[in-house]
Design a protein around this ligand. Sequence first.
Ligand code: 5AD
Ligand code: SF4
Length: 437
Amino acid sequence: MADPKKLFIKTYGCQMNVYDSERMAEAMGAQGYVETTEMAEADMILLNTCHIREKAAEKVYSELGRLRPLKDEKPDLKIGVAGCVAQAEGEEIIRRQPLVDLVVGPQSYHRLPELTAKAAQGVPALDTDFPEEDKFEHLPKRPKPQRGPTAFLTVQEGCDKFCAFCVVPYTRGAEVSRPAERVNSEAQELVARGVREITLLGQNVNAYHGHNKGLAGLIWALAEIEGLERIRFTTSHPNDMDEALIEAHGTCEKLMPYLHLPVQSGSDRILKAMNRKHTRDQYFRLIDRIRDARPDLLLSGDFIVGFPGETDQDFADTMDLVARVGYGQAYSFKYSARPGTPAAEKDPVPEEVAQARLYELQALLSDQQRAAQESMVGREVAVLFEKAGRNPGQVVGKSQYLHAVHADAPEKVLGTIQPVRIEASASNSLSGQWIER
Ligand code: 5AD
Ligand code: SF4
């Protein structure tokens, strides 16, 4: 029998792309492709791309440029661009980089096998439609091999919020939720394969409406699955944090005390210009309610500095918001003008001003992150061990607060939740003593 064809996927951007890459590998697996981690031996290379900021999009073109020698050496090699750059730029990609054989948008992955067949005949294949059918339903059922204890599961895609800076409503389309029963059966299958923690994904996951009681309803339904021990979700919009979801943070034991709740700016003027549809005070009140429900919850966020029109006072308001809220973890970005978005029409803040603000904000956020990690020292946390560590005898996992934790313990703890007494905090992880019970 001929050797199976080899597929190499490089994933950029968010966790939804990580999930999509897994599903694309499965779709191609059904066509006889096996995944490889060696780009050089691949018969097909897929770049699953991100368009959120300019840098992310440009990375794709530089990577494609680097693939030229490989394609010259191996003319049968097929190169595909998937994800949000594919959606946003479509045919333009093939014009800019004729070595590309296939362009597939995030809603069309179930058509990947057909597109590959077309590309095999030497015709560039393109599909960036938003078809009616659910791509996840047309993908093959996930195969059965055992897998690690954590998994992503996309439950919602797209966004109707239209923040003035963001391409997501254009690249991922309108908000669509997968029905709760389908999510539930996929979750059960994952658990049967060894998964203990599921992170529900969506661009606007707390706007999920595939269950009549929203995301909270879905979480409670999944919490019934025996063997599923932890549930997380990301990423959320403040305006969609309904009462039931806040309450679930206080009462659903399987829902972890960690919440990524981006606010983007602490200035009312900028929030308005960003079309975020809430004020800083509303955000403060929301955080108070969430912390009343779950006092130890660790909060994470996203921030943009240098949005068009942002003054020193606006930025000072952002610094003040961060100081008042206190984040355990956060991401911050310099504003990047994205073609087609309303903010891209406006005059930018000078680059050096935006850069200086980013440094200042990042310094505060990393102080807060350090403080949050150090506050864990001496405490007992619950760690879901995922894999062997770098040093022999060491294992690594995540605490309920999503901190990476290293401990000395036998491999038999992998895939289980264990108590660990935290002893030290390093730059991006904690270490501690496994408490054998
Ligand atoms: N420029 C900078 N950051 C952006 N984000 C989204 N669009 C832009 C942009 N045009 C950030 C937001 C969002 C995160 C995923 O990326 O903070 O929450
Ligand atoms: Fe983009 Fe999030 Fe705003 Fe939707 S809510 S437009 S995904 S930043």
